[in-house]
Design a protein around this ligand. Sequence first.
Ligand code: HSE
Length: 401
Amino acid sequence: MVNIAVLGYGTVGSGIVEVIKTNQKIVDAKANDQLHVKYVLDLRDFPGDPVEEILTHDFEDIINDPEVDIVAEAMGGLNPAFTFAKRTLEAGKNYCTSNKALVAAHGAELMQIAKDNHVNFMFEAAVGGGIPIIRPLYQCLTADDIVEITGIINGTTNYMLTKMNTEGVSYDAVLKQAQELGYAEADPTADVEGFDATRKIAILSSLTYGQQVDFEDIPTTGISKITDKDFAYANKLGLGIKLFASVRKQGDKIYSYVAPTMVSDKHPLFPVNGVLNGVLVRGNMLGDTMFFGSGAGKLPTASAVVSDIVEEAKNLKNTVLPTWTPEKRRLADAEDLAFVYFVRASKNAMFDAKNLFVPKEIYDDVVEGEFAFFTEKMSGKELAEKLAKMDGVLSVIRRED
Ligand code: HSE
């Protein structure tokens, strides 16, 4: 029997218990052993819930129980998750988590502690919810120089953008829906301002390039300034607006950013709608490969955590996760990357726009009092210089095809 403790009985934590219970026979067969949830840790009580029988409020019960082999954490946040992770690994127990904040901030250190103690620190659920992307990156896509990873890796914002576009639901109402569905972070600012996606692309970058990429170094723009007016143009032009998180390798330089992006239906991520996530991985030999599935929510995320539990159950005293080094990887300036930009401006800026840019077409009949155009391809720096000379700019969104 493999004994498991689940830390946190919220959306994901209760999902972990449910996945194991529902699929007990299947996960036992895959783990080659019987998976048994011995403890659930939460500060709250759950009267009437069967979990009451195994509920503890004290982490010491878990860490001091020699029968506990695996600790699965779904509490989120750095404290006390970091302390719990460290103590678990140092006690020679395996740890797995859906906590991207923990992995982005302390992944290298925790993987090293896991290695030193011949156990595992796994985090399949930390990026892309239920989509397998972590394990493929370190187990399968090892023959390639990965030149790009671009993902829609925040379910909340993708759900919001989709609903705002297709159903005209207001920003506040759709955010509330995403919270009710269990997609959003405790503080949804992390979703809408892009920081959740930034942590996830930092994790994918660190894993891919083998060195710590600090999420604080990644320029990030969220979706809070996207309005129905942007969608009015996007719809007319047959384009989508998605929150992209990207890392790109050019020569020996690595660039990363998170930003809303207009995409045409030629882009592989165009059909990724609702709470779905999609990750495009581009290798120098493989070409493009796509990962696609549920990016947030109780059971998909829990399914990924349980896949780690199964992997750890098969390797209780054997580290199978490669680590990235804590040595920081410096990112090149993402403002040097060239894009076409979509610019909206008030009508009085028309003269400047035509002087500063070479727009192929001006869209002046979509929203009253303003016009919009696509710039030629240019770096973020060139764009900023030009826009500084132009009054009346209303919004700027990059474009990719
Ligand atoms: N808030 C996150 C999202 C949860 O919406 O993607 C899954 O990481």
